[in-house]
Write a protein that binds this ligand. Structure first.
Ligand SMILES: Nc1nc2c(ncn2[C@@H]2O[C@H](COP(=O)(O)OP(=O)(O)OP(=O)(O)O)[C@@H](O)[C@H]2O)c(=O)[nH]1
Ligand SMILES: [Mg+2]
Length: 172
């Protein structure tokens, strides 16, 4: 007799860098049940497998066992470079990206983010690129405050986390 079992697509979520990590922190608060991996300069998330930026190859080898890998990172710095590298190492896997592009005034990072994005964007691209600029419209106070911006970013990360959870629940 052949054992009957449901074939579930294997999906993993990977966050990279500061922005990716704070988005994943919001995902962890939901009850999404998927394997999670975090790449950063130090470990900061509980119950999530941690890899350093220098361990991307090792992580890629582990991720090759999945059907789909969802990647989230902020572009413009180390996390952006790491997501580009990982994206290309995973060319045998379905990749879905949720990428954050910097504020327009982060000039250096913005330029770097464009280069990084050009290395990921192609006909087969799946996912979304969201810009932090959308938050500036909500900073209409006469006196802009750091706390207000931090709150808006937190809310932004919560919304991105919501998009990721919704998308991943459809795959699972
Ligand atoms: N949504 C969101 N965006 C962030 C956050 N922190 C930084 N960013 C944005 O993402 C871009 C990349 O920043 P990080 O993800 O922090 O970059 P990193 O890879 O950690 O590298 P460094 O911060 O340079 O050490 C920044 O230019 C910001 O525009 C965050 O907590 N949430
Ligand atoms: Mg950072």
């Amino acid at each position: 007799m052949v054992a009957k079992y449901e074939v579930m697509p294997k999906v993993a979520l990977v966050s990279l860098g500061g922005a990716g990590t704070s988005i994943m922190r919001e995902v962890v608060k939901t009850n999404l049940d998927v394997d999670m991996y975090n790449v950063n300069s130090k470990r900061s998330l509980k119950n999530v497998k941690y890899y350093g930026f220098e361990e991307i190859e090792l992580l890629a080898d582990e991720l090759k066992n999945y059907d789909t890998v969802v990647l989230t990172a902020g572009l413009g710095s180390t996390g952006g470079d790491a997501v580009v590298k990982l994206y290309h190492l995973l060319n045998t896997v379905r990749r879905v990206c949720f990428l954050i592009s910097p504020f327009y005034f982060e000039v250096e990072r913005l330029m770097k983010s464009r280069t990084q994005l050009s290395k990921i964007m192609s006909d087969g691209f799946e996912g979304a690129v969201l810009t932090l600029n959308s938050l500036l419209r909500e900073m209409d106070d006469t006196e802009p405050s750091k706390t207000k911006l931090e709150k808006l970013i937190r809310n932004f990360d919560r919304n991105v986390a919501g998009l990721i959870v919704e998308m991943m629940e459809e795959i699972e």
